[in-house]
Design a protein around this ligand. Structure first.
Ligand code: SF4
Length: 437
C-alpha cells in the first residue's frame, strides 16, 4: 500500500519557509509523502502570509486554487489568525491554524488523511527536510516580537518574542552543517532582541553553557566553520559587539537592518527608535573596522503625514549612510495596523512618485559602491551551474534578495563550492567575475 500524500503550498517570507520545512519534516517522519501536484495529493496544506493586504489576497487565492484543484485543504501560517476571513472566503477549508502551530496542523492532517499503519519513520534525515537548496539554510532563532511598530501587525499575528534556547538553535545548526549546509541565514522578527524573553538564560552545547544572547550565539555559530549571515537586525547599540567577529572573518560582513525611515518625527510615529544621527555615527564606526561591510535595509515611503521635507530628509540620510542594498515599500494600510488611525494619509500618486525617486536615488549610490569592488578578489559561494556558466553570491549578497556574481564559464564548479573570484565588472546589482582558485 502506498503512503498517503500531502500537497504543500508555502507562501510568504523566509520565516514562513522555515515553518513549512518543519511541518514537512514532521509529515515525512510520520510516513506521509509530499505530493508534487494537487491531483496526486490526498490533502493540501497551505502555509499563508498575512502581513500586507496584497499578501493576504495572494494567500486567499492560493487557498481557493487548492480547494478547486484538490478539495481537502488545511490552512496554517500568519493569515490563520484571521480564521473568520478565511472561512468567509472559503467555507470548505477543513481546518485553520495560526503560525508556528505545528501540532494543530498535524492533528488536522491526521483527521483528513490518517497516516499509513506502518510508516517508514526511519527515512527522515535527522536534519529535517529543507525547501531551500542544500548548501544554504535558514535558521530561525525566535518567533514573535516585543516591538509595536505602528505599521506592523506581526506582534498581533505571532505574539511577543519567544526565543529558542541557544543549545537548541546550535544543535539544529550543527545538524544542518553535517548535512552539507555551507551558509546559515539567521532569521527572526528581531534578531538583536534574541534571548530577552529568556533573560539570556544559558543552555548546554558541546559541554559548555551558552547564554541566549545574540553576541554569544553568533560566537558559537561561527565556530561551525560555515558562512553565517544575519537578517532582521534591529538597530540597537549592542549590535556593535558583532563587528569584531566580522573583522576577524568569522561572521559574514553583512547586516540586514530595516531602518524604515530617517526623519525623526516619522520614526516616532512609526514607534521606531529615532536615533538617525547616532545611527550614521554607528555605521561610520562599523565601517572603520570592517570596510567591506555590506549594509542592506528597507524603507517605507508615504507613511501617514510624511511631508516632502521629511522625505527629502530620508534621501539626504541615504546620501550620508551610503547603504549598499536598499528595498523600499510604499506604505500600505494593513488592516488593523495602528498607523491607519494616523491623520494625513499620503495620496497613492505621491507614494508612487516618492518610491521611484528613492529607488533612483539609491541606485546611483549602490552603483558607485558596487563599482568600488571591480578588481577586488573575494570569496563567492556557488548557487547554480549550467551550460551558460555559474551563478554565485559574494559575502555581501543574501540569497533571493540581493545581487549575484555571474561567471561566464562553469569550469569544474558545483553548487555549494566556495571559490575565490576576481571581480571584472559590476552593475547596480550584480558582479561579473572569474574564478581565481
Ligand atoms: S520590529 Fe519588525 S516585526 Fe517587530 S513590530 Fe517592528 S516591524 Fe513588526
Amino acid at each position: 500500500m502506498s503512503n498517503p500524500r500531502i500537497g504543500f503550498v508555502s507562501l510568504g517570507c523566509p520565516k514562513a519557509l522555515v515553518d513549512s520545512e518543519r511541518i514537512i519534516s514532521r509529515l515525512r517522519a510520520e510516513g506521509y509523502d509530499i505530493a508534487q501536484s494537487y491531483a496526486g495529493a490526498d490533502a493540501v496544506v497551505v502555509n499563508t502570509c498575512g502581513f500586507l493586504d496584497s499578501a493576504r489576497d495572494e494567500s486567499l487565492d492560493a487557498i481557493g486554487e487548492a480547494i478547486t484543484e484538490n478539495g481537502k485543504v488545511i490552512v496554517t501560517g500568519c493569515l490563520g489568525v484571521d480564521e473568520g476571513v478565511i472561512r468567509e472566503a472559503h467555507p470548505k477549508v477543513l481546518a485553520v491554524t495560526g503560525p508556528g502551530r505545528f501540532e494543530e496542523v498535524m492533528t488536522a492532517v491526521h483527521a483528513a488523511v490518517p497516516p499509513a499503519p506502518d510508516p517508514f519513520v526511519d527515512l527522515i534525515p535527522p536534519q529535517g527536510i529543507k525547501l531551500t537548496p542544500r548548501h544554504y539554510a535558514y535558521l530561525k532563532i525566535s518567533e514573535g516580537c516585543n516591538h509595536r511598530c505602528s505599521f506592523c501587525i506581526i506582534p498581533r499575528l505571532r505574539g511577543n518574542l519567544v526565543s529558542r534556547p541557544a543549545g537548541e538553535v546550535l544543535r539544529e545548526a550543527e545538524q544542518l552543517v553535517a548535512a552539507g549546509v555551507k551558509e546559515l541565514l539567521v532569521i527572526s522578527q528581531d534578531t538583536s532582541a534574541y534571548g530577552v524573553d529568556l533573560r539570556y538564560a544559558s543552555s548546554q552545547w558541546r559541554g559548555a553553557e551558552v547564554p541566549a544572547r545574540m553576541t554569544e550565539l553568533c560566537q558559537a555559530l561561527t565556530s561551525l566553520g560555515v558562512w553565517v549571515r544575519l537578517h532582521y537586525v534591529y538597530p540597537y547599540p549592542h549590535v556593535a559587539e558583532l563587528i569584531p567577529l566580522m573583522a576577524e572573518g568569522r561572521l559574514l560582513p553583512y547586516m540586514d537592518i530595516p531602518f524604515q525611515h530617517a526623519a525623526p518625527r516619522i520614526l516616532k510615529a512609526m514607534k521606531r527608535p529615532a536615533r538617525e544621527a547616532e545611527t550614521l555615527q554607528q555605521i561610520a564606526a562599523w565601517r572603520s573596522v570592517v570596510p567591506e561591510l555590506t549594509l542592506r535595509s528597507t524603507f517605507i515611503v508615504g507613511f501617514p503625514g510624511e511631508t516632502e521635507a521629511e522625505f527629502q530628509q530620508l534621501l539626504d540620510w541615504l546620501d550620508e549612510a551610503q547603504l549598499d542594498r536598499v528595498g523600499c515599500f510604499r506604505y500600505e494600510a494593513v488592516t488593523t495596523a495602528a498607523a491607519n488611525e494616523l491623520p494625513d494619509a499620503v495620496p497613492e500618486a505621491v507614494k508612487d512618485e516618492r518610491w521611484h525617486r528613492l529607488m533612483a536615488h539609491q541606485q546611483a549610490i549602490s552603483s558607485k559602491r558596487m563599482a568600488t569592488r571591480i578588481g577586488s578578489t573575494q570569496p563567492v559561494i556557488i548557487d547554480t551551474v549550467d551550460a551558460n556558466g555559474a551563478v554565485g553570491r559574494s559575502r555581501g549578497d543574501a540569497p533571493e534578495i540581493d545581487g549575484q556574481v555571474l561567471f561566464a564559464e562553469r569550469g569544474t564548479l558545483s553548487p555549494g563550492d566556495i571559490v575565490t573570484a576576481r571581480v571584472l565588472a559590476a552593475d547596480e546589482y550584480d558582479l561579473h567575475a572569474e574564478v581565481v582558485t
